[in-house]
Design a protein around this ligand. Structure first.
Ligand code: FES
Ligand code: FES
Length: 197
């Protein structure tokens, strides 16, 4: 038995491991963070994707004990109170969610991509989401949502409650950023179109 300390969604957790648990097992079984899904458990489907130090990784093949001191982000850590992260909001507004099983992993991969490259080409989107399988085959709408979310990410959206991020990025970024309300306005044309269809 071994106790490790993990930083997940800006909070610190002491976790008692029984053996070589993966991050996915710790998230779901020890901490009840079941937003991270599990399916193949052998790095084939992408449904268990989370971010570690800003990079999308497969939590089913990452040993929890290797991640002490790292910054782990799961789907539960994205929303800002009642306000969804732009990637989550864009997936909803573009009808990119069908059964929803792949979506947490898809969103985490999308976020990691857009943080590095908010204006990805179609090829770059497909490459970044290549490891995330959607059994409902909702790819066209997912790609639309990725592009739209990129527009908000480009403008520097960040969690209002994320004080650490505020400190790191400095006031210039905040002035350039858009608020959640402003971002939602950018989605209005898509909503109108959806109503007409
Ligand atoms: S459950 Fe991790 S890749 Fe499938
Ligand atoms: S929405 Fe059903 S698996 Fe992707």
């Amino acid at each position: 038995m071994k106790i490790i300390t993990l930083k997940i969604n800006q909070k610190t957790f002491d976790v008692e491991l029984k053996g070589n648990e993966t991050l996915m097992e710790v998230l779901r079984n020890h901490l009840g963070l079941t937003g991270t899904k599990t399916a193949c458990e052998e790095s084939e489907c992408g449904t268990c994707t989370v971010q570690v130090n800003g990079k999308a990784i497969l939590s089913c093949i990452a040993l929890a004990s290797d991640l002490e001191g790292d910054d782990i982000l799961t789907i539960e850590g994205l929303a800002d109170g009642d306000h969804l992260h732009p990637v989550q909001q864009a997936y909803l507004d573009y009808g990119a969610v069908q059964c929803g099983f792949c979506i947490p992993g898809m969103i985490m991969s999308t976020k990691a991509l857009l943080e590095k490259n908010p204006e990805p080409t179609q090829e770059e989107i497909e490459y970044a989401l290549d490891g995330n399988i959607c059994r409902c085959a909702g790819y066209p709408k997912i790609f639309d949502a990725v592009r739209k979310a990129g527009e908000a990410m480009k403008l520097g959206w960040q969690k209002k409650t994320d004080e650490a991020a505020v400190k790191q990025t400095g006031p210039e970024k905040i002035v350039m950023g858009i608020t959640y309300e402003e971002f939602v306005k950018t989605l209005e044309p898509a909503r109108e179109k959806a109503k007409e269809a």
